[in-house]
Structure formats: C-alpha cells, structure tokens
Design a protein around this ligand. Sequence first.
Ligand SMILES: Nc1ncnc2c1ncn2[C@@H]1O[C@H](COP(=O)(O)OP(=O)(O)OP(=O)(O)O)[C@@H](O)[C@H]1O
Ligand SMILES: [Mg+2]
Length: 401
Amino acid sequence: MEHFPAIQSVIRAALTGDRDALDKQILRLRDRLEKAGQVKEAATIDRLRASAQEAHDLAPSRVEVSRAQIVGEVLAQGINPPIDKETGAKLCSIDFPASSNESPVYGDAVRETIEELLKEWSSIAALKSVGVEPTRSLLIYGPPGSGKTLTAHHIAARLGLPLITARIDGLISSFLGTTARNIANLFDFANRYACVLLLDEFDALAKLRDDPQEIGEIKRVVNTLLQNLDLRRGHGITIAITNHDRLLDPAVWRRFETQIQIGEPAGQAREFLISRFLRPIEAPTGTLRVFSYCLAGRSGSDIERVCTAVKRTIAVSGAARDGPALFHALSIVLGRTPHHDHLPARILATDQEAFVSLIANDSAFPMKQTEIGEATGYGQSRVSDLKKTKRHLGLMEGAHA
Ligand SMILES: Nc1ncnc2c1ncn2[C@@H]1O[C@H](COP(=O)(O)OP(=O)(O)OP(=O)(O)O)[C@@H](O)[C@H]1O
Ligand SMILES: [Mg+2]
C-alpha cells in the first residue's frame, strides 16, 4: 500500500487529538495522492475537508458572556420598540438572532479579528487583570453585499444577545429638530436592555452632510450621536455599519474601538461560499475553481445570486447535476448579464470554447488539462486542441477595442 506511511501519520495525529497536526497530515496525504495521479481521491479529501469546515461553521460555539458585564433588563419578545412621535414610525427593529447555517465566511484576517473580539467577552477576568475591558464598539465597513449586516447578526447570536437595529435614514426625521430626540430615545431604549445595538446604513449621515440646507440639522444630529455613543460606553455593545469608510465624520469614526473592513471574498473563502450556495448540488473541486475564477471580485451576495440562477437553470433544463452541466449553466447565466468588468466572466458569457482556451493557456490557473476536461465536459484531448487555437485572444482584443 503505497501511501500507508502518510495514512499512518494521519492516524497518529488524529489519536493525539492535535488538530493542527491532523490538518497538516491530511493535506500531506492529499498532495501525495495528487502527485501520484489519484486526482479523484485527492478531490474527495478536499470535499471532506470543506464539509468538515462547513460543519464547524454551522455550529459556532456560543460565547459564555459574563452577565455582570452586560448590564440591563432582559429584552423579552413582545416588547415594543420606541417610535417617532410625529410619524409613529418605529425607530428600530428587534431581533433574536440564532446561530444558523447562514454564518458568514471571511478571509483569515477578518475571521481572526471577529473571533478575538468574541474571545474577549469570555476572558473578562484576564482582561481585568491588566486593567482593560472587552471591546464594546465596532465599526464594520465594506462594499454592498459583503456580509456586514449578516456579521452583526452573527456576533449578536454568538454572544446570545438580542439585536436592536436602527437604520440611520429611519432615524433622520423629515421634521427638523426631532432627529436628535429620536436618537436620544433610541439610545435610552437600547441602554435599558442587555443587547447589541446596531446602527446600520451609517452613510445616511454623510449623505445628509452634502445637503447645504441641512447643515444646522446635521451638526445637531452628529453632536447628539457623539454624546450618546460616549454615554453608551458603560452599557452594551454597539456596532455601526457603513459602505464608505472615510465618508464618516472623523469624530464619529474615533468613537469605535475596533474597525473591520469586509471585502469581496477571495481564494478559499470564495470557493467555500460557492460550494455553499450551490447546495444541494455537490460541486466537484474543479467546478468550484472554474466558478471562483469567473466570480473573482464579486461580493458574497452577487455570488449567491449567480449560484441561485445556475441552480434554477439546471433544474429547469433537467440536465444532470454534474460539473459540465454546472459549467454550461454558469455560461448561460453570465450570458444573460453581459456587462462584465472581469475578463474571464465576459469570455465565458460569450464563448465557452474560448473560455476553455483561456484557462488552458493561463499558467496562473491551477488545473491540468485532464481536470479542465472533466470540469467543462470537453475532455482532455479537446482541451489540448482548444489550447492551441488560442481563440480567447480574439475576445480579449475585442475587449480593448
Ligand atoms: N461573507 C459572506 N458570508 C456568507 N454569506 C454572505 C457573505 N457576504 C454576503 N453573503 C450573502 O449575501 C447576503 C447579503 O449580505 P448582507 O446583507 O450582510 O450584506 P451587507 O454588506 O450588509 O450589504 P449592504 O451594504 O447592501 O447592506 C447575506 O444574507 C448572505 O446570504
Ligand atoms: Mg447591510
């Protein structure tokens, strides 16, 4: 048995319970299989690792929060949110987020920052011993659809706290003068209960600042916000979200102890999201690579939309749910939305064979001709022929014209 030494190392690591060593040995075995040409077996290991990761993400552990640190009454279901006295509109919504299979997927840096932050809330005694408190305020920024709101829900779920969400545009009343009162009422409400306060769509403030007629009002609003943010420090946790990082007033920006930028998913995170959004269709590794190559630079919610459309296309056409069918469906879906900034997506939207020629010629694309053949349904020898045609070049030149 050729790979027995590698299997033995996996077993040894598993028995000692050393998770990092186990991961390392599994990857070693996978690489050996791949080198020996056992591509399918290597792909099976990739799939097993991906679903183990998914299972881990599906059941994020709840952080043991010391109740004494989050002061306030219990916010029970059925308690009414405060309202705008003029219009009767609700100033916030109240959610009781539960950890679900929708937990966000990030690159390493963002994941570590969020895990560290959650860890602080279960290490309060250790923090106290050096005279500090856990982080209570967090600003999340990044492009639309990158999972910012999802992240706030996830954090509240992990902390086991209800989430009070205020949309800043909802708070800014059309009645001059009542905005400041709305903000004060909202903070009073949030400070009364043990909760996470989420100030979503923070950009509304910046937009208002561009309106010369609103100068006096915006100053008042910003001042009230700053005062309330300062007062809130002794109470619960506050998360603010914005799409534009530097549009915010620097004084507001400084109020937040930690800032997290969430961007478009890259690398493993992107493949992982694609495999999640394609479920229940189990996409082979090669297919995930092709999808990921075409969807580079897209937000998480864009990727979700494309994968949903691909599933619809496959279901309606009655095609087999395999790699080539997914490839074909992706080409159709991209073709329906023809204006792509990203060249691979544009080429696949126009001409599948040109796309095969593109990836076969791209030395940065991590797949051999056999694998490309399997993922696209063209077969190795056709891929080899298409590679020689370099027919993608015509489309690339067309793009520059
Ligand atoms: N990083 C991610 N992990 C998992 N799912 C994601 C991620 N990013 C986006 N999504 C998917 O996209 C949906 C929209 O994400 P969300 O509403 O959190 O984006 P957002 O950054 O708040 O966008 P906006 O700025 O438009 O409010 C999520 O419900 C989820 O299905
Ligand atoms: Mg949002």
